[in-house]
Design a protein around this ligand. Structure first.
Ligand SMILES: [Zn+2]
Length: 718
């Protein structure tokens, strides 16, 4: 039999094909008499379609009434077994407005808009060679589903045209494999859909696109301003073609759907270049989930003042970045903008003549003039190993992608304690948690206190849409949202309804808020003594630190964001905890444990002296050379400095001279601990202001006795 072209509507019928539906809807009181009269005169092809299209009754109600009138169930069109489809050709299916849903050896279940058509039932039963069980479906959805099942390219074209403006995208695509089995009719539309989706996502300011397969097809979602939004569903029959196209675009292996894969490609949208990171993850029996990350290469040149900080936050950040050695950490959960801030910070400290090296996994953005090293755990180039090799080139500034383990932490600390400035990230919620986390993975308290210059805990809050946000009464805010202390600006609390400018979310764009812990004298002492969490936060707040919650609430009172957004991102308001059981360490205001700074370039000596002093109840920090010793002494104001004479960068004499010159206020008592057992050196040290002079090898009891004597003289202990 020669194939005929598919016909959806042949010559206009004299009667509606579902004429019985008119009486059924009238009987149930769903159709007023005048409307029924008009439909009789119009004689549409399908009564049910006309009723729904003209808005005379809701679709689901019409379906339920007509199914019950025909004594069949309502069909679920999402459940179409591909195996059942093959029993009916497209022509037969369209002719009878029938879609196979499932089949057994004896029966075939078919969705139809006309279950009372017994001729159709006989004909379909004959063609399929099975007993027919009808279910009811409205003509409109049924026709769309027929398209999806038999003509997937049509439904893709409909999605593409729904995306509006044509994409001007240039993706690099390799030739298809010779063994490619997919029908060419779907490939071209699938390619257009992928391109149009990427262009659309860019215009919607999405950071990534998720293609997630499920029972009803491929769900496409965008993440915009950190929040996922569903944008369309691709019918299951076309899902494979779209997934395949995405994988080909990123040069992933389309013959392997069972293993996660990563790839990349580039695209140009509206004249601007984008990097696309494509990853495939096998997630279910429906296939692979594909995630496309959209990276704007311009983000690499992101400036610190573009992340939306308040002036005081900016000043504190700049203060931390003014360090020339030590470590500054940026912390926060995934999606808190850590990496962007890190790059912006790097941009700030980068000046000509400074040697900057990065160690990353992966290298996200390429920075001109910067030596960037890609970590590769597979081939043994771990963060720690890469960092060690980098340090041999003696860079001034190191950007270390992330500190995940003790080995990396130890290498980072070693770099920071020997005159390098290290910027890195940590996956913790806030500044205090970072201290706890570093202690957890094994960084000793005295090393933490010695090298850590500060922690930036960061979150991104969505900015209320400028077009549709309106001032609202501050009365609408819960009590937890009291204006922050010292808040002097005029109050402008706002809320947004949503409009086309913001994708009807009420928000457009994001800005960063920071909790900035600056590790200076008091905080360093607390850390050196092993204090954690609450105690550090308490003390830092006394010195003006703002918690993330406070930083967020402040932006509510300026009308930049909404209270709900702060709760969504930062979490529920903090409960004012009653005084919890105090740990053994003393509170910040009355330090009773003397802090001792050990300056020695020999790690064995630092460890030995540290162990002796800690056993005697002292808090210990360390410095690896003279410059670090001087810097630590000024910053931490220790109760005593144990000073080695032979150190790189600046020897003991240099430290003593500089201390005498620079410190006008409280002076730091110095005990020289040296291998030089000669009266000339000793005399000179005492002349330069040293309190005492001990020669190596040291004897623990003697060392402690001398320290106590000095501390008694300076009034630190009784
Ligand atoms: Zn809006």
């Amino acid at each position: 039999m020669p194939a005929r072209p598919a016909q959806v509507s042949a010559p206009p019928p004299r009667f509606p094909r579902d004429a019985w539906a008119l009486a059924a809807l009238e009987r149930e009181g769903l159709l007023p008499a005048y409307a029924a009269e008009r439909l009789r005169a119009e004689a549409p092809e399908w009564v049910a379609a006309a009723v729904v299209d003209q808005g005379l009754a809701p679709a689901d109600q019409v379906a339920v009434i007509l199914a019950s009138a025909a004594r069949v169930p309502v069909a679920n069109l999402d459940r179409v077994e591909p195996a059942a489809v093959q029993f009916l050709t497209e022509t037969v299916a369209r002719q009878h407005a029938a879609l196979p849903l499932s089949a057994t050896n004896k029966a075939i279940r078919i969705a139809t808009a006309n279950p009372l058509d017994y001729d159709a039932e006989r004909a379909l039963g004959f063609v399929a060679g099975r007993q027919v069980e009808f279910q009811y479906a409205l003509p409109g959805p049924l026709a769309r589903r027929l398209d999806e099942v038999y003509r997937p390219e049509r439904s893709i074209e409909r999605l593409v045209s729904g995306l509006g403006a044509q994409a001007t995208i240039e993706t690099v695509v390799e030739e298809r494999d010779a063994g490619e089995t997919a029908s060419a009719s779907v490939e071209a539309p699938a390619a257009r859909l992928v391109d149009a989706t990427i262009a659309d996502a860019v215009r919607e300011r999405a950071s990534d696109i998720h293609f997630e397969p499920g029972e009803s097809g491929l769900v496409i979602r965008y993440r915009v301003d950190g929040v996922m939004r569903e944008v369309m569903r691709v019918p299951r029959s076309a899902a494979g073609a779209v997934t395949r196209r995405l994988k080909i675009t990123a040069k992933l292996d389309i013959s392997d759907p069972l293993h996660p894969q990563d790839g990349r490609t580039a695209a140009r949208v509206d004249g601007k270049a984008w990097d696309l990171r494509v990853s495939s993850i096998p997630i279910s029996r429906y296939g692979e989930k594909i995630v496309v990350r959209l990276l704007d290469p311009a983000s690499a040149t992101l400036k610190l003042d573009a992340i939306g900080l308040w002036p005081d936050e900016m000043a504190a950040v700049e203060g931390l970045l003014g360090n020339r050695d030590g470590i500054v950490l940026v912390t926060g959960p995934t999606g808190s903008g850590k990496t962007s801030t890190l790059y912006a910070a790097l941009d700030r400290v980068r000046t000509t003549g400074i040697n900057v090296v990065t160690v990353e996994d992966p290298v996200e953005y390429h920075l001109p003039g910067v030596n960037q090293i890609q970590v590769s755990e597979k081939s043994g180039l771990t963060f720690a190993a890469a960092l060690r090799s980098v340090l041999r080139q003696d860079p001034d500034v190191v950007l270390l992608g992330e500190i995940r383990d003790l080995e990396t932490a130890q290498t980072a600390w070693q770099a920071a304690l020997s005159g390098h400035f290290v910027l890195s990230t940590l996956h913790t919620n806030d500044a205090a948690a970072s201290i706890a986390r570093l202690r957890d993975i094994g960084v000793e308290a005295f090393k933490l206190a010695s090298a850590l210059r500060g922690v930036l805990a960061q979150r991104l809050l969505r900015r209320l849409c400028p077009r549709c946000s309106e001032p609202v009464s501050a009365e609408s805010l819960p009590r937890a949202a009291r204006p922050p202390q010292g808040f002097e600006r005029p109050v402008t609390v706002k809320a947004a309804e949503g409009c086309s400018h913001c994708g009807f979310t009420g928000y457009r764009g994001r800005f960063a808020i920071e909790e900035i812990l600056t590790v200076d004298g008091t905080i360093a002492e607390l850390i050196a003594r092993g204090s954690l969490g609450d105690q550090i936060v308490e003390s830092a707040r006394r010195y003006g630190m703002r918690t993330l919650w406070e930083a967020g609430i402040r932006r509510v009172w300026t009308g930049e964001t909404a209270y709900d957004e702060v709760v969504r991102v930062v979490g529920e308001p903090p409960v004012k905890a009653a005084v919890t059981a105090m740990p053994a360490a003393a509170p910040a205001t009355e330090p009773t444990v003397p802090l001792v700074l050990v300056a020695d370039d020999d790690p064995a000596m630092r460890t030995l002296e540290g162990a002796i002093l800690q056993a005697e109840g002292f808090a210990v920090v360390a410095a690896e050379d003279g410059v670090a010793a001087l810097e630590q002494a000024q910053r931490l104001q220790p109760a005593i400095l144990l000073l080695d004479m032979d150190m790189p960068r600046l020897d003991g004499f240099g430290v003593l001279e500089a201390l005498r010159r620079r410190l006008t206020g409280r002076s730091v008592p110095v005990i020289v601990v040296t291998a030089h057992d000669d009266p000339v050196t000793e005399t000179r040290c005492i002349e330069l202001g040293a309190e005492d002079y001990i020669t190596k090898p040291i004897q623990p009891a003697r060392l402690v006795a001398r320290i106590r004597a000095v501390l008694r003289r300076t009034g630190v202990i009784q």
